[in-house]
Ligand binder design. Structure first.
Ligand SMILES: Cc1cc2nc3c(=O)[nH]c(=O)nc-3n(C[C@H](O)[C@H](O)[C@H](O)COP(=O)(O)OP(=O)(O)OC[C@H]3O[C@@H](n4cnc5c(N)ncnc54)[C@H](O)[C@@H]3O)c2cc1C
Length: 443
């Protein structure tokens, strides 16, 4: 039985471990923390259940659902409240529901009349020229107009990547939408008539778990028989006669090492420089992998008495376009999304601050961040009283962005993988950050 060592127990590491065990490998998973899941983490405090990393997993592909089903995780999943189909954006300082049908498309003030007419022009436009390196901002402006960029793409990318559409590369951020233009010329026509549906579930499911999304990681861990070496920081990986020796130490400094036939590295790109890579061909490519851009992101969790909030919180949450010049990126109505996120008669709102738009704010003192978030929420949601519960979580390097150099980093990883037999580089900086990508890290 070949021995495989997985570096990192985030969702990429756990998925790689599962995949390798299915192929009959003896798997060891090492992580520097005392728990599995990486940024996927949930915690309950005073009856409020907070997701510190991702809040939802969007299940679109049969392959992802099949994998979660096979490892016995999917049966424990819960679907988001159907109200979550309703999403808001901020326009002129007020929440505006995004249309869910043709009737509300006409009546909703989410875009001006000229902005809506510009959207409807899309099927009549020619295909773009050099679309492989185009930013999301240029792609959206070209196909859907400037207002769609400012009021749709900008807030949505702040919500998904905490980044600006100008930084992200269309081909790598939204490969299936990018492919629609290439194949069918028009996004709308391609979506309506031509899109490849066979690998998709009949209906996208937005899921989490009773104890929060952290349960995804703990349940995946239960499905893996391998050896988990937690609280061990990997310090060195060295080639040795066609095998790979991994060195680590625990939090007391005690050293650990073992020899493996195969090593799969799913460490975050910003941690790769802290590991010594010995007898690795093309080590210069590891420096290229470290160039993945990240921004800091803070999440503020606030609990309120239901009676103190005028807005019914009847949706997924809201996003703030940059042009609205507010301090926050957007909020999730967490206690609407899934059950048991707040005690009875209370609600939980999770607000995102910082990202590429405002990295300085996430470095400010907790009291100032709380104050700014409270001011923004009071005006948008009509909140009267003070929060009855308040927490802050900051990720200094939150999400690796698929920017214009993403392709260069993918090639660097491919070169490393093909020149070092048994050593594989993966992780969300190479798969792309959405969880479904991380659940298929060896693709
Ligand atoms: C705030 C936030 C919100 C998000 N929201 C969503 C969402 O709603 N939906 C969605 O689909 N995606 C979301 N994402 C993205 C998604 O959660 C991540 O892309 C994904 O979980 C990353 O998994 P990973 O395994 O690549 O990395 P990580 O989760 O970062 O795991 C890497 C692991 O490596 C370990 N490690 C690091 N250095 C060492 C070392 N030297 N030795 C040993 N171990 C080490 C770390 O402890 C960690 O456990 C979000 C991400 C963040 C940060």
């Amino acid at each position: 039985m070949n021995k495989t060592c997985i570096l990192g127990s985030g969702i990429c590491g756990l998925s790689a471990a599962w995949e390798k065990e299915r192929k009959g490998r003896k798997v060891t998973i090492i992580d520097s923390t005392k728990r599995v899941g990486g940024v996927v983490e949930s915690e309950e405090s005073e009856g409020f259940l907070m997701d510190y990393g991702p809040n939802t997993l969007s299940l679109r592909l049969r392959k992802t659902a099949g994998m979660l089903e096979e490892c016995g995780v999917l049966e424990h999943a819960i679907d988001a409240n159907p109200k979550a189909n309703k999403r808001f954006i901020v326009r002129k300082g007020k929440l505006v529901a995004l249309p869910q049908g043709i009737g509300s498309f006409i009546t909703s003030p989410f875009l001006t009349c000229s902005g809506k007419l510009r959207l409807l022009l899309e099927p009549f436009l020619f295909k773009g020229k050099d679309s492989d390196h185009e930013s999301v901002a240029d792609f959206i402006t070209r196909r859907l107009g400037k207002e769609a960029l400012e009021y749709l793409a900008n807030p949505f990318l702040a919500g998904i990547y905490a980044a600006k559409p100008e930084t992200l590369c269309m081909r790598h951020t939204f490969p299936s939408i990018h492919a629609l233009e290439k194949k069918y010329r028009s996004l709308l026509l391609g979506k309506m008539f031509g899109f490849e549906k066979s690998n998709r579930l009949p209906k996208t499911r937005l899921i989490s778990f009773p104890s929060g999304l952290g349960e995804l990681a703990t349940r995946m861990k239960m499905a893996i028989k391998g050896n988990f070496i937690l609280d061990h920081t990997v310090t060195q990986v060295a080639g040795e006669n066609g095998k790979w020796r991994v060195f680590a130490h625990d939090s007391t400094g005690a050293e650990w090492e073992d020899l493996f036939d195969e090593v799969i590295c799913t460490l975050p790109s910003h941690q790769l420089g802290k590991v010594r890579w010995e007898n690795v061909a093309q080590t210069e490519n590891i420096s290229t992998l470290q160039e993945a851009p990240h921004f800091p992101l803070s999440i503020v969790y606030q609990g309120f008495d239901k009676k103190d909030v005028s807005h019914p919180l009847d949706g997924f949450g809201f996003l703030v376009p940059e042009i609205e010049k507010m301090d926050i990126l957007g909020s999730l109505f967490s206690s609407t999304l899934f059950p048991n996120r707040a005690p009875a008669d209370k609600v939980l709102v999770s607000t995102f601050v910082g990202g590429e738009r405002n990295p300085e704010l996430s470095q400010e003192k907790e009291a100032l961040i709380f104050k700014k978030v409270s001011q923004n929420l009071s005006s948008l949601l009509g909140i009267r009283g003070k929060p009855v519960f308040q927490r802050l979580r900051t990720w200094q390097k939150a999400i690796p962005l698929p920017d214009k150099d993403f392709g260069k980093r993918k090639s660097a990883a491919n070169d490393l993988n093909s020149s070092n037999r048994g050593l594989v580089f993966s992780g969300s900086h190479l798969t792309g950050p959405p969880l479904p990508n991380c659940l298929d890290p060896l693709e």
